[in-house]
Design a protein around this ligand. Sequence first.
Ligand SMILES: C[S@@+](CC[C@H](N)C(=O)[O-])C[C@H]1O[C@@H](n2cnc3c(N)ncnc32)[C@H](O)[C@@H]1O
Length: 316
Amino acid sequence: MARQHRNPDDLHRPVLLDTVVEHLATAPAGLFVDATVGLGGHADAILAQRADIRLVGLDRDDAALELADLKLARWAGRYELCHSDYRALPELSERRGWAPLSAVLVDMGVSSLQLDDPDRGFSFRLEGPLDMRMDRRERRTAAELVNRLDAGELRALIRDYGEDPHAGRIARAIVVARESGPITSTGELAHLVEQAIPQRGPRRIHPATRTFQALRIAVNRELDGIEEFAIATARQLAPGGRLAIIAFHSLEDRAVKRAFRYLASNCECPPEIPTCVCDKRAEVKLLSSKPLQADEAEVAANPRARSAKLRVLEKI
Ligand SMILES: C[S@@+](CC[C@H](N)C(=O)[O-])C[C@H]1O[C@@H](n2cnc3c(N)ncnc32)[C@H](O)[C@@H]1O
């Protein structure tokens, strides 16, 4: 649980803050959705800049919502928080009559609040239960994956979501270790991975970094439904409304890019057909062909910003 004395500002630094605020500045007045409100950093800056909007903040982590509420308290009456997966937004917004939406922001991934709390089990640096659930109402934890998947499934998971070249060795080491009892703690898993990987020269990152990332992505099904979400959400925007998505993983960003390109395209005919026979028309315009990224100063101040990629579209 979030502790009342904790200050949201000390727990998570929002990435690309000025760029996000600038890109949402011209969206029409009305309802903004911060679909991963986290500790409320982006939401607070948006509410400060736009007196003509109300904001709904979603998050699947109840501890984050408690802290977002503290952070946003000065805007009481202008915001509402909901414990929800962002991928449920199109359905939620239909049910609650929120559309047409003025702007939607998604800042994917994990917050520092989650990473720095040993009880949440996200970090290989902190001893804790092997949990990693963002939404603690869900049942499947990282321990369950580590102790139940077979060697082939573990290898595929660590290779595909962690892009770890040693996925096979790590999977085998896990299967051997759990013969003497289940693996239940972050420290146990981190040690086991470290032992499984040959060390040649100095290490740039901790050997367990990629395995932990892969497990987190799998536990929270972070790569599922991104394209469907982006397409359905863009279709609920008001004309001139904006959708901004920050991705931290190349697989996430690829899904965002595919959805945005589809929404902006004027034709979906296969290349071998000489003239267009489809009805597809551009529904949005893309505000940049390449993703926007943090500059050196921001990366120096907040290393998490290094891998952030922001894409923004505007509804036609
Ligand atoms: C990088 S943080 C967001 C930080 C926030 N923009 C701020 O300024 O404080 C990501 C947040 O997204 C939440 N999250 C991740 N996946 C989610 C999902 N599928 N649905 C809803 N929230 C999600 C996490 O719980 C976390 O609080």
